[in-house]
Design a protein. Sequence first.
Lengths: 299, 281
Amino acid sequence: MEAKLSKKSKREYGDNLAGFIMSSPALILLIAFLIIPIIYTVYYSFFTYQVVRPDNIKFNALNNYAKLFKDANFYVALKNTIYFTVIVVPVQCILALVLALMVSSKKKGVAVFRTLYYSPQITSMVIIAVLWTILYNSNANTGLINAFLKSIGLQPIDFLNNPKTAMNSIIFMSAWQGAGYQMMIFIAGLNAIPTEQYEAASVDGADWFAKLIYVTLPGLINTIKYVLMITLIQAMKLFTQPYIMTKGGPRNATKTLVFYIYEQGFQKGNFGYACSIATVFFIIVVTLSIVVKRISKTN
Amino acid sequence: MNNKKINKVLGNVIFYLGNIVVGLIFVSPLLWMLASSFKPELEIFSNLNSLSTFVPAHFTLQNYVEVFQRLKVFTILKNTLVYIGIVLFGDLLLGSMFGYALAKLKYRFRGISLTLVIALMSMPVEAIILPMYIEMAQIGWVNTMLGLTIPFMMNCFSIYMFYSYFISIPDELIEAAKVDGCGPIRTYFSIVMPISKTVFATVFILDFVSRWNDFMWPFLITTGEEKRTVQLAVQIFVGVSPIHYGVIMAVLTLASIPMIIMYIFMQKFYVEGIASTGIKG
């Protein structure tokens, strides 16, 4: 009995030591490059910190935040981020679901079609953004999309240089680029629905639409929740597309929160102020992901 | 019976025709990119309003030659692969060890470590990128390979992927190893790791893809041409006048090739990897 006990405590000691050895390299990296920057983001947000004057970092309490909540540019960036998210999430997810339904069968050659729809994902957002900047060219002689619009008798659109269309153009492109990813997740979800359910529905005389409403969508509900969640969080971080395609313009029409952090911090050198924007951004995203997770866990 | 047959044929026609039409429209921007990269500059915009714009009439490799002349293509590729390699090393070795400890070892601080990992999973890196940059500047890592790679070696999402995989490994297996006198670390490397190839492949691909596509951090932390990654090189010629669209298209096409190769060879894991993240969530 005694021997057993001491053996057991020895084992636990072994677990403790091994656990410590196995987790510490990862933990050290997490602390150094994730937790410390988080703390410093919040910390610097209470300071006046200009990049050009690193000798003159001054505590200013809530001044940055007071300035932030009166800053029209901040509200524009917030509005643009919300607009992008609210539109792109349903558009991209519905597109992904439609594509997944189109290629969920096990017919010959279906992998080829899946690859086609996935191909914008295989390249990269930077590549796609550069390409579409050229495709979106306002001149029908040099922009493929406007050339197409002209050939079907429509007026050319100044996609990226008009504040009214710039964000929508980015949304359209982003949904096209991203949908393949969500499509793959939906395909897996569709394959997990038992075929008996479809057979039973067929026996009951359901057509394809009834099957979609009564079998497919209910069977897919958890996948849909998950896809909505990741797309939402991804959308909040919009930066690459406006940086490459519009530089936040025209007239701030595509300036997002992350873009504004970049602009204040790296272009204008207002580190302290940029950190206060980052802190607000961080709180929004984390709150949002907690709320979304809560909602998707209920029922 | 006959009716059923007709329905099946009709279903096939709709499936193939529908997917061919939608698929071609869907990839038409990429086809145009590919076609334009093989065209002489003057041809690219000469026939935009006809379908022939998708076929190079005067096939040329001149754009590619120019890309290789103007960019250190192999240095850029090497930088990117070293970047990804170091990050993957951290993630696959250190991250998996951490994931295993969280899943199977009863040690102090296990609970709080797990909570930390889960809480940090939804942390947007974009929000902390400023102090991260200052940190790099303070330790002199700006524009170095260390600064590019080390901060992104550990990724809570991967740790969580490993954790949730390892937790499904039966305890009996680990107990048996223990009885045979195998310590926890050796158990991990010689018993658990070899039977966990799927999760390693999944994390490998998800990580490879996300690092390959990463733009913001390489863009901020590197200043010179020497450390440039593929995603940074891709947009070099944009806005540099005179703009050579053919060269831009060639760069874009070239930059797409590595991931296409990756997709072809690892398609099975690729698809499973993406799908498995969905099922877990």
